[in-house]
Write a protein of this length. Structure first.
Length: 364
């Protein structure tokens, strides 16, 4: 019985293989096929099917039959005009003068310091003519960074900003100064006297950011912005990153800018590409040059160990660096800016360079 089953299985397998080998391959039959061109005859009175796009609430959509030219949407403007708010250094303070009302100035100041600190309630003194912030760290710490400071007892330096408001006739102004707070390993704070923003590069850059925000975001300063004609040449502008730029005449070119640089206190380091600096090219340190290896001062004197080759330019101050000049041709003029990304305070360096150019252009 078992043998007969095996014989039947073998016979069935052979039959299947032989039948499979006899299957006709019709994979290419489609190349020989022909379409049926016989028309479809529909009886009289039959319903004709149609394809229709169904649009929800189509009856509520107005139909415009008039044809208009396509208007491309405006692209974001990379430069915004800068209201020329006067800066006065007096009584250890930086004073910013404006014709805007004090209420708008206070609103702009509150928004600025709230953004700077990341806190909604940033002032612990709120008087009619005086605002004083809570301590704001120079370095924004994460939760993990704050935990590490608590463990190591190495706390970042903080600053307290004071803003006072005054009215003198039609001109309102605000004064800015600051004091630093340093916390030692025992948790005791050392508070400095009130200082001018120029005493620290970081605070100076922050003060200029406030100046820029006041000139671009105070709504009541619209008359100042509109007073600056869009075709006015030789004006100070801000780009979308908050850096400063100067706008030249529409017909200005590279040679026009070179002439302005040669008349300014700046030094032209390179013509192609354009580079400027605050010192002559011969005084700018370069990689590979010899520099003195100096130990920190002990007893009031510095100790010079010898000379070493300069491997990088990381230790240079902003006065020792050169800055590439960027010429941007726009429909409303030629905009001049610099690449100061290598500096510790790029916005502050941008302001210093553009101020030199701006004053030179307007002195002629």
């Amino acid at each position: 019985m078992i043998l007969s089953v095996k014989h039947l299985s073998t016979a069935g397998l052979l039959t299947l293989l032989m039948s499979g080998c006899s299957i006709t391959d019709r994979g290419n039959d489609y190349q020989l096929s022909r379409s049926n061109d016989r028309p479809l005859v529909v009886e009289d009175g039959a319903f004709y099917s149609t394809d229709k796009l169904v649009i929800p609430n189509e009856q509520s959509i107005p139909v415009y039959k008039e044809r208009h030219d396509f208007i491309a949407p405006d692209v974001p403007k990379p430069y915004v005009p800068f209201a020329d708010l006067k800066i006065v250094w007096q009584d250890n303070q930086m004073w910013i003068e404006s014709s805007s009302n004090l209420s708008s100035m206070k609103t702009a100041v509150t928004e600025f310091f709230s953004t700077l600190s990341g806190e909604q309630d940033v002032f612990h003194v709120k008087a009619d003519n005086r605002l004083e912030t809570f301590p704001i760290s120079f370095v924004q710490q994460s939760w993990l960074g704050a935990l590490w400071s608590n463990i190591t007892r190495l706390y970042p330096e903080k600053a307290v900003y004071e803003v006072v408001f005054e009215s003198k006739g039609k001109v309102n102004r605000l004064g800015l100064r600051y004091q630093t707070i340093k916390t030692d390993i025992n948790g005791e704070d050392t508070v400095s006297d009130w200082l001018t923003p120029k005493a620290d590069e970081r605070v100076y850059s922050t003060a200029l950011d406030l100046w820029g925000q006041l000139s671009t975001k105070i709504k009541n300063n619209e008359e100042l912005l509109s007073a600056r004609n869009q075709t006015e040449p030789n004006s100070l502008w801000l780009d979308y990153q908050g850096n400063y730029a100067v706008r030249l005449n529409t017909g200005s070119d590279k040679q026009t800018l070179i002439n302005i640089i040669n008349k300014s206190p700046l030094h032209l380091i390179n013509n192609n590409p354009l580079e400027v600096a605050f010192i002559p090219a011969s005084e700018i340190p370069k990689v590979g040059e010899l520099k003195k290896l100096v130990l920190p001062p002990l007893g009031g004197e510095r100790i010079v160990l010898g000379n070493i080759r300069r491997r990088n330019l990381d230790d240079l101050t902003w006065e020792q660096r050169s800055y590439p000049v960027i010429l941007d041709q726009r429909s409303n003029g030629v905009f001049v800016s610099i690449d100061a990304s290598e500096a510790d305070q790029p916005k502050l360096v941008s302001y210093r360079v553009m101020q030199e150019l701006f004053q030179t252009m307007n002195s002629n």
